[in-house]
Design a protein around this ligand. Structure first.
Ligand SMILES: Cc1cc2nc3c(=O)[nH]c(=O)nc-3n(C[C@H](O)[C@H](O)[C@H](O)COP(=O)(O)OP(=O)(O)OC[C@H]3O[C@@H](n4cnc5c(N)ncnc54)[C@H](O)[C@@H]3O)c2cc1C
Ligand code: FES
Length: 256
């Protein structure tokens, strides 16, 4: 796993994907070359005190760039979405453990919301390796659809595009030859990850989820990002740090 470092990096590209979500490219060969899907970076947000975490959405090793997608939900993301190309930004990364994508013949990537950013990085990585990969993404409606490719299975809650329903309706359309050799990776809102994990458990498919707890230090110190995972002790669970031991966890180990 790559070693995290602090960088002062240049924002080199910015485009809006829809009214509240933008896609930012940063020049940083170290992160572009070392990051793996599921890892994240902590980006400083101008006047806001703490850095904000974002899943790495893509890397271009040839030109030493990495990309993140930012949905505006508050002050920090609003300031980051207001950054202008060319400005310098403080960044910590790559952080977290990322997806272990080896050892499976087939990988199903599924998610929604801002989860489509790390899913995009995983898809690009697996495609470049010539691996069998299917992507199933769910959104509220057509206006929310971002980073979607024609080959992906698309679902929307209201059915104004794609299959009507949640990602489970999309996953149900996939024919799977060997459950034991299939891995599902899911990034999205907690109810989505919980439902996908249950779908996988029912079939005996391994499911990895990436939790997006609220974070402060991003470095394992403040303990504000805990996730409950199963444990043999008297309580039946223990708290682990999302930023250090995660953000990727075995869905079967998470106490939902
Ligand atoms: C590992 C990880 C990866 C992430 N990847 C992405 C990404 O790729 N793209 C993206 O747009 N966002 C991502 N997020 C969420 C992003 O970090 C938050 O939206 C951001 O920190 C909010 O900052 P703010 O100052 O704008 O909002 P605040 O003013 O701090 O909060 C505004 C609102 O957003 C809610 N909120 C804040 N943080 C989170 C969170 N982690 N999960 C759910 N709700 C939250 C608050 O409860 C509040 O209602 C990720 C979070 C984590 C932990
Ligand atoms: S954010 Fe501080 S321990 Fe995880």
């Amino acid at each position: 796993m790559s070693h995290k470092q602090e960088y002062r990096i240049r924002l080199v590209s910015k485009e809006f994907l829809n009214s509240d979500t933008c896609y930012l490219g940063f020049e940083c060969p170290d992160i572009a070359n070392s990051a793996i899907p599921g890892q994240f970076v902590n980006i400083s947000a101008g006047t806001v005190f703490l850095k904000r975490p974002f899943g790495i959405a893509s890397v271009d090793k040839d030109i030493g760039r990495f990309y993140i997608g930012v949905k505006v939900v508050g002050k920090g993301t609003s300031e980051i979405a207001g950054f202008e190309s060319g400005m310098m930004v403080d960044c910590l990364g790559p952080l977290g453990n990322g997806f272990d994508l080896e050892d499976y013949d087939n990988v199903i990537l599924t998610g929604g919301g801002t989860g489509v950013f790390p899913i995009n990085f995983a898809y690009e990585t697996l495609s470049a390796q010539g691996r069998n990969v299917v992507v199933c993404e769910g959104f509220r409606n057509a206006s929310q659809v971002i980073l979607n490719k024609p080959s992906y299975i698309l679902t929307t809650d209201c059915g104004d595009t794609g299959i009507k329903g949640t990602v489970i309706a999309g996953l149900d359309t996939i024919s799977i030859d060997d459950y034991g050799k299939t891995l599902v990776c899911c990034v999205g809102p907690v109810p989505m990850m919980k439902a996908v994990n249950a779908w996988c458990a029912d079939k005996g498919i391994k499911c990895l989820v990436s939790m997006e707890q609220r974070m402060a230090c991003g470095a394992g110190i403040c303990l504000c990002c805990t996730v409950k995972v199963k444990d043999d002790g008297p309580e039946g669970y223990k708290n682990v740090r999302c930023c250090k031991e995660g953000p990727v966890f075995d869905g079967g180990e998470v106490v939902w």
